[in-house]
Design a protein around this ligand. Structure first.
Ligand SMILES: Cc1cc2nc3c(=O)[nH]c(=O)nc-3n(C[C@H](O)[C@H](O)[C@H](O)COP(=O)(O)OP(=O)(O)OC[C@H]3O[C@@H](n4cnc5c(N)ncnc54)[C@H](O)[C@@H]3O)c2cc1C
Length: 400
């Protein structure tokens, strides 16, 4: 029998990077009675599987503003949390094969300029300087932001959780929340196999499992899982400090992780097409959880793509690979903020492939909604659950 408290001011469901960051921001604001419930281990959900990319280069203004807020935090992570973070500001380099691809990359440049994000369009010579010996003769151009980079999601999560615990938050692993408790129009706590915990505020940060949990309180949430995979090479120390490189048309990307390289790739459909994101939402949420194995067709695809792109990747040895779920929403954007009609209930989930980089911004903003009634640092009303009921579609972005 776990020593589960019977009440807390705030219960957070899910200890991925988002739940842990929210606990940190709550304690930083002086909230001590925070209980984080994780059904498995800290970081055992999607956070364990991500590539760790951190970028300003989005096409929707709110995403860029979230990145600015988050990256300012990532740069001061160690001072704010007292913990180490493996954050490297080495840039994100998009490369395009076609003139149409270059035109698409150029499209948000006016937005970056207006928001003072230092992004530049590059030609082949400048691209070759950023990643020596990389193949560029097939490229029509690229786009680069030196202020982007990459980090380590699990290291960051540990830092958030450690600092939150020092601030008074309690984390309980192995506790599955089976239902949200609701009396009329307010949430009153959560139900677990070890008993109920009463709480006046509940934040659901349960990633792609959010829809099933919220259904227990008759709240429909359009989040579903979409499997994506990552592969890691043996040591390639000559590429240990390159930017994250992403092929615009194919979606193939790679970044160093210590002396190895990590590769992310689109899925391959049964008829051999490359698929960066799901064709559309399932007919009922949360939809199907595909088995988390790595489809065998991906490794030869990655080896061929990688060998084409850089001679250091010829005869590439993949030493590790894994799959994890993107937590998708119908517009590829998260749901963050209060749940309309259920006082005390908040959501931060559905990041559609970019939840790690935005975690500090998401957490800060959702904590403002919880403690101040609304997010003050940025207007996040476009991220509210209500947009799906109203049919409002404030975003244009697609999955990378
Ligand atoms: C292949 C891949 C590459 C990615 N690359 C990037 C990238 O480059 N940059 C980036 O920013 N993002 C990236 N992402 C996305 C990023 O990893 C996620 O958006 C982020 O980790 C989501 O964090 P989370 O805390 O919302 O969810 P999760 O990490 O999934 O955490 C949710 C937690 O809730 C727990 N939980 C669920 N239900 C319950 C319950 N009923 N009771 C108790 N606990 C529960 C789960 O066990 C889990 O630990 C990538 C994802 C994948 C799959």
């Amino acid at each position: 029998m776990t020593d589960l408290p019977r009440s807390a001011s705030t219960v957070i469901v899910g200890a991925g990077v988002v739940g842990a960051a929210a606990a940190f921001f709550l304690t930083e604001r002086g909230e001590r009675d925070v209980l984080v419930l994780e059904r498995d281990r800290l970081g055992s959900g999607t956070t364990s599987g991500g590539l760790g990319g951190i970028r300003h280069q989005f096409v929707d203004e709110l995403d860029v503003r979230m990145s600015q807020l988050a990256i300012a935090f990532w740069r001061t992570f160690e001072e704010r949390t007292g913990a180490r973070h493996d954050f490297h500001e080495r840039g994100y380099l998009f490369i395009a094969n076609t003139t149409e691809g270059v035109a698409q990359l150029r499209r948000p440049m006016a937005l970056y300029e207006r928001l003072h994000v230092p992004v530049e369009m590059l030609g082949r010579v400048e691209i070759a300087e950023l990643v020596p010996r990389m193949r560029v003769d097939d490229l029509a151009g690229g786009r680069f932001c030196a202020r982007d980079g990459y980090g380590d999601p699990l290291v960051a999560l540990a830092g958030f959780a450690g600092a939150a615990q020092l601030g008074g938050a309690r984390f309980k692993e192995g506790v599955s929340v089976e239902a949200l408790l609701r009396e009329g129009d307010r949430v009153t706590g959560v139900h677990t196999p070890s008993g109920d915990v009463s709480a006046s505020r509940v934040l659901v940060a349960a990633g792609c499992w959010t829809a099933s949990l919220c259904a227990s309180a008759a709240i429909a949430i359009p989040i579903w899982p979409y499997r994506r995979s990552i592969m890691e090479s043996g040591p390639l120390p000559q590429l240990a400090s390159i930017p994250l490189v992403i092929e615009w048309e194919s979606g193939f990307h790679f970044r160093p992780k210590d002396t190895a390289q990590r590769f992310a790739m689109p899925n391959l459909t049964a008829d051999g097409r490359e698929e960066k994101g799901p064709a559309g939402p399932p007919s009922a949420f949360p939809g199907e959880f595909a088995p988390l194995d790595v489809p065998p067709a991906l490794e030869p695809w990655v080896q061929a793509r990688a060998a084409w792109r850089h001679p250091a990747f010829a005869d590439l040895r993949i030493v590790r690979s894994w799959s994890c779920y993107y937590e998708m929403t119908p517009d590829d954007h998260p749901i963050v903020g209060r749940v309309p009609g259920v006082s005390g209930l908040f959501l931060a989930a559905g990041f559609s492939g970019h939840g790690f980089m935005h975690a500090p911004a998401t957490a800060e903003l959702v904590v403002e909604e919880m403690l101040d009634g609304r997010a003050r640092t940025l207007d996040i009303s476009d991220l509210s659950l209500e947009r799906f009921a109203s049919g409002r579609r404030p975003f244009t972005a697609a999955v990378l």
